[in-house]
Design a protein around this ligand. Sequence first.
Ligand code: AQP
Length: 346
Amino acid sequence: MSAFKERVFSGVQPTGSLHLGNYLGAIKRFVELQSQMDCIYCVVDLHALTIATPPDELRDGIRGVTAGFLAAGLDPSHSIIFNQSQVHEHAELAWIFSCVARVGWLNRMTQFKEKAGKDRENASAGLYTYPVLMAADILAYKATHVPVGEDQKQHLELTRDIAQKFNTDYSASIRARGHGDVFFPLTEPLIGGPAARVMSLRDGTKKMSKSDPSDYSRINLTDDVDTIAQKIKKAKTDPHPLPETVKELEARPEAENLVGIIAALTDATPEQVLKQHAGAQFSQFKSALVDVAVEKLGPLRAEMIRLAHAQDHIDAVLADGARRASTIAHPIIEEVKGIVGVVGAK
Ligand code: AQP
């Protein structure tokens, strides 16, 4: 890894509205990393095509996620912010990687199984090869670190497998072209903290997700104060007061989830939250959570609403980001073409 410049890449799909899981598991951490490494953040619109989305909804979603990035504190003069389809190198590298990845690897991807459900024959081929495009997104920049929620862990492992196989299969060509022993880094996932997997407010065993049919399962970043309060008050819990130790939360998924959410929102640990709230009934604890959620998410929502009226600004941010992203990706993809032996590449 030390041979590679430290670089962060991550993406968010413009499908549906951003929720608290996307914020705490990913976007909040994107902002924290901004001051530590070079960061590239992408609205992965090609990924959104894997599930049929009306074109107007997709356009709104791309601008909506970008507004969420900016409202959360991503600074486009510092980080690169763009949408995937504006940098054609992602799709080009994805094809080469689809010839490196093995069908057996893709068959093991649990997200495909979950999203395709019982009607697998009818799922798009894009949904099946989604993790290959994700590997291309990351490796087009030789990114060394990827902050994601826990649900993406398996896809990150596949990215490493693809990098490793490419490095091995083309080792002679890589060396001959003066790249040393390896061309792609083995990217490190950055997964962790109390909100690596925020769960549904209706079922503590299911991930909070944009595609859950119940809006009460999630807090959207565009929810107003009353809606946030109502959703938290209606969140499923159990009849016991909050325990004193994190260990005692283990068999209580809903309680564990709410403790994790308040911990992540206040930059505390679950232990610190329990120290403050042990013995509290859920009615009391939920009121504290509503106060924190409204305080932290209110300004973010206000800025997202303001940016919804600033389409030209959003489009300019994406165009500038795409230009800067392309400057990094283009020479890397040209090298890849040379390594695999395509005539015409340098
Ligand atoms: N519940 C979650 N807890 C923690 N992190 C989460 N992420 C998503 N859900 C949670 C993280 O958010 C980033 C962007 O996710 P995405 O939109 O690219 O893909 P996704 O995981 O498919 O998101 P959803 O909301 O769950 O959508 P659907 O319903 O379509 O499946 C990623 O880093 C992800 O880990």
